[in-house]
Design a protein around this ligand. Sequence first.
Ligand SMILES: [Zn+2]
Length: 62
Amino acid sequence: MPVPKKNQSRQRQQTRRANWKAKTVGLVDCPNCSAKKRPHHVCKECGYYNGKKYINVEAKAA
Ligand SMILES: [Zn+2]
């Protein structure tokens, strides 16, 4: 197994980790109920995706 010859300096380690940032999640309006939903995902509010009902939201709530 290859092993690094030297420890990486703290400066270098921190420089690498400084570029690791959380991304903001994109949101689009649902064409069925106009609620905000994640793109390419079934709408949580109405259960529709691509004009078709995939999950029964009302049954889950009851
Ligand atoms: Zn919807």
